[in-house]
Design a protein around this ligand. Sequence first.
Ligand SMILES: *[C@@H]1O[C@H](CO)[C@@H](O)[C@H](O)[C@H]1NC(C)=O
Ligand SMILES: *[C@@H]1O[C@H](CO)[C@@H](O)[C@H](O)[C@H]1NC(C)=O
Ligand SMILES: *[C@@H]1O[C@H](CO)[C@@H](O)[C@H](O)[C@H]1NC(C)=O
Length: 633
Amino acid sequence: METRRSVVGFSPGFMVLLFWVSLISRATARFVVEKNSLTVTSPNSIKGSHDSSIGNFGIPQYGGSMAGTVVYPKQNVKGCKDFEEFGISFKAKAGALPTFVLVDRGDCFFVLKVWNAQKAGASAVLVADDIEEPLITMDSPQEDGGSSKYVENITIPSALIDKDFGEKLKKAIRAGDMVNVNLDWREAVPHPDDRVEYELWTNSNDECGTKCDMLMEFVKDYKGAAQILEKGGYTQFTPHYITWYCPRAFTVSRQCKSQCINNGRYCAPDPEQDFSQGYEGKDVVIENLRQLCVFRVANESKKPWVWWDYVTDFQIRCPMKDKKYNKECADAVIRSLGLDGKKIEKCMGDPNADSQNPVLEEEQEAQVGKGSRGDVTILPTLIVNNRQYRGKLEKGAVLKAICSGFEETTEPAVCLSGDIETNECLDNNGGCWQDKTLNVTACKDTFRGKVCKCPLVDGVQFKGDGYSTCEAIGPGRCKINNGGCWQQTQNGRTFSACVDTDGNKCLCPPGFKGDGVKSCEDIDECKEKKACQCPECRCKNTWGSYECTCIGDFLYIRDHDTCISKQATEAKSAWAAFWAIFIGLAMTAGGAYLVYRYRLRSYMDSEIRAIMSQYMPLDSQTEVPNHVSEDHA
Ligand SMILES: *[C@@H]1O[C@H](CO)[C@@H](O)[C@H](O)[C@H]1NC(C)=O
Ligand SMILES: *[C@@H]1O[C@H](CO)[C@@H](O)[C@H](O)[C@H]1NC(C)=O
Ligand SMILES: *[C@@H]1O[C@H](CO)[C@@H](O)[C@H](O)[C@H]1NC(C)=O
C-alpha cells in the first residue's frame, strides 16, 4: 500500500471521522514539510542545493551533516524487496564515502524501502517521487501490519526528493558519474537564543497500536532528560493535545455523543474503533483535558516538569487494558504527586455543559500553523523552536534535535553526554588525525556528529588542522614524545633536539648536526678542524663534544681554543703584579704631592693677601670698606 493517505493523519480511517471536519481543514490546511538541505557536490553538471523532506522515522542527524555517494540499484528500484535476493549490497568499502541509496516511490510503504536499504548496508535513503507535486512528509503507516516489527529498528535517515531532481540524479549515475551529495540538518532547527522552546503534541490514549506504544515508551524514556532541561531553565516545554469537533448537524448523533464533550465541541476518536465496547472517544478527551490542566496548575506553581511525572505515572498506574483509565485512578496519581486536585477540577470545567472550554479552545487555536510552522496533523508531533521535528520519537534522536536548537557553546551538559553522541570515531577514526604510538586522536564524537579537533595531551595543546596534522606546540611540548624530535642517551649522557619554546622546530644541540627530527650526528670536531687545531694541541673527539690537551708545558684555554705556556703565564702575572704595585705607589705619591701643592698654595695665598692688604686696597675689597664708612659718616 502507498502511504500517500497516511501523510495527514493519526486518525484511523473509520467512517465517523469522515464526517468530522478537523479544525485544520476549516482553516485552509497548511501542511509544512520540514526540509533539510541536500547538496550535490559532484558531478559539476548537477551541482547545487535541493530541498528534500525528512522522513518521519529513522534518525535524522539534527545539528549535523552527512556526506555520501548516491547509488541507484539496477534491480529492485523501488526497494520493496529484500536487496539480498538480488545479491545487492550497499556496504561502503573502507575509506569510501557512505552509500546513499536512491529508490523510486511506489508499490510499498516508505518504511519498507528504507528498512530494506538499511539491511543491505545503506547509510541513508533518498526516495524519488513518482509524480510532480510539492514535497510531502514520509510517515510510518498507521496499520499494525508487518511494518511495526522493523519500524523501531530503522536508524538511518531518509528523505523524499522531487521527481525532477530524482531524474537528474539517475541520469548522472547512468552516465557513469560519481554522484556525491551532502545531507545537512544543521539549519533544520533554528537557534535564536540560549533557551529552546518546544512542544509535544501528544495523546493520553494508550491503545492505538504501534504509534501509541512508541509515544508511551518515548515519554517514559525521555522524562529524565526533559526534567533536567526544564529545571535548569534551558528549555520551556509545553504539552499539547489535538481535538476535533463534530459538525453541527451531527452533534446529536450517537457517534458524536460518545466521542465528544461540551456538546460536540471537542472530540477524539474511539480508542478501539468500536462504539459498543470499552472506552469512548470522550473518555480520551477528558483525560487529555485533565493532563492539560495538570500542566497548567504545575506551571503556575513554577514546577512545569511535574507534568512528565503525572503522564508517566498515569500511564503505568491507569492503563486502558486494566480498565483503570478513569477519574478515580487519575485523582490518585494527582494526590500522590501533591498536586492541587481542586484547581485541576476547576480548570477542567464541566464536560457536559453546552459551552466552550477555554483550555481546549486554546488548543484548537494552537493546532493551526503559525510562521514557519505548519498545521499539526500528525500525532505525536514534536515542535522545536517552532519547527516540526521529523524522525523517530526516540530519546537520543529527540535530544539531538533539541540540542541543535541551542546556539553552539550554550548547550547544557546533557547535550554533550555520552547518550546522544555519535560513534563515527569508531569507524576509521572518523577520518581524523591520530597518533598510534601516543594512542591519541583528533576525533571527538558529539551530538553534532564527529569533529576533528587536535587533542590536549598531558596539559599540552596540539595544534593543526585536525585531519592530516596535529603537533604539540609551545611550552611543555618536549614532554610529549620529545616534541617529535631526535633524542639519544649514551653512557649516561642525554642529548635532545627539542627546544621547549613556542616553536615546533627541532634543532640539533651544539656538537651535533642533522635534521633534528630523525637524526643528529656527532660532529667530529678534530677531523672537521672545528677546534683544537693549534700546533701544541692534541685533539680527541667525544660524543657531542671533544677533548683537547696540550703537549709539554702548555695549558689549553678552551675559551680561546689555544695552548699557552704555563711559565709564560706565571712570569707575566708576576710582572703584572709588580707593575700594578709600582703604578699604585706612583699614583699615591703623585696624589699626595698634588694635595700638598694645593693646600700650600691656598695657605700662601691667604698669607700674602693679608700682608698686602695692609699696604694697598685690593681690587676685590675696595668698595666694601668705603661703603661701610659712608654709612657711619
Ligand atoms: C529489532 O531490534 C531488536 C533489538 O535490537 C531485535 O531483537 C529485533 O529482532 C529487531 N527486529 C528486526 C525485525 O530486525
Ligand atoms: C507557563 O509559565 C510560564 C511562565 O512561568 C508562561 O510564560 C507560560 O505561558 C506558561 N504556559 C502555559 C501553557 O500556561
Ligand atoms: C588507547 O586509549 C584508549 C582510551 O583512551 C584505550 O581504551 C586503549 O586501550 C588504548 N590503546 C592502546 C593500544 O594503548
